[in-house]
Design a protein around this ligand. Structure first.
Ligand code: DGL
Length: 225
């Protein structure tokens, strides 16, 4: 099969995963990309693990009825944390997930106070605290579920309206003195400037785009050799 017939299938609940896809495009990936934004079921951050597993499987079945899939990228932390293992059990292609870059944050923090923001469904599971225990045990990791931020990205909220939502959702960090913030939802990458204003440029903001892109490229290069 010609490589241009095999697609990398990106899945997210909406626009967020495009932050990862953009980076892959910039790295000149030679495979074509299909992006499935599951707008019908947005926000995943308010769905159950069981529901999300069903959505992913449904999307995969739809995709393979349309084209040949080389690899799946779950460009969504919530879906990766909730259902990547279930998806891997029913597909026969590599599945790359997206998880918050807590390990990187632990390497970069200067004062040992790290914030993590993610959707409610992600925060409800033990996954983030397990990551913190494994990779950032020397730091204080403060995990916060957000209410409005993924929706703010979908609705393209900016300016004062966005700052107000950030004040509401991030009040938790007021007394935490964080110097590093991990974005545990791919939508939040589109809020980097707003977050930077909110924290007055004093907090380093880290997403997972780079790590996920490197993983995709490394698996593709293994499969090409
Ligand atoms: N972009 C998704 C994530 O990374 C979730 C947004 C949502 O649907 O709640 O977690």
């Amino acid at each position: 099969m010609n490589i241009t017939d095999e697609y990398i299938l990106f899945i997210d609940s909406g626009l967020g995963g495009m932050s990862v896809m953009d980076m892959l495009i910039k790295k000149k990936c030679k495979y074509p990309i299909a992006f499935y934004a599951d707008a019908k079921h947005f926000p995943y951050g308010e769905k159950s693990v069981h529901e999300i597993a069903g959505f992913l499987e449904e999307i995969y079945k739809f995709a393979i009825s349309q084209f040949s899939v080389k690899m799946i990228v779950i460009a969504c932390n919530t879906a990766s944390i909730s259902a990547i293992d279930k998806l891997r059990a029913v597909v026969d292609v590599p599945v790359v997930g997206t998880v918050p870059a807590i390990k990187t944050a632990a390497e970069l923090t200067k004062n040992g106070n790290i914030g993590v923001i993610a959707t409610k469904t992600s925060v409800k599971q033990n996954y983030l605290s397990d990551l913190a225990d494994r990779f950032a045990s020397d730091s204080n990791v403060y995990i916060c579920g957000t209410e409005h931020l993924a929706t703010a990205v979908e609705k393209e909220v900016t300016g004062d309206e966005l700052q107000k939502l950030l004040e509401d959702d991030l009040a938790f960090f007021a007394d935490k003195n964080i110097d590093t913030l991990v974005l545990g939802c791919t939508h939040y990458t589109f809020l980097k400037d707003g977050l930077d204003d909110f924290f007055k440029g004093k907090v380093r903001i880290i997403d997972s785009c780079d790590g996920v892109t490197r993983r995709i490229l490394s698996l593709l290069s293994d499969s090409d050799n």
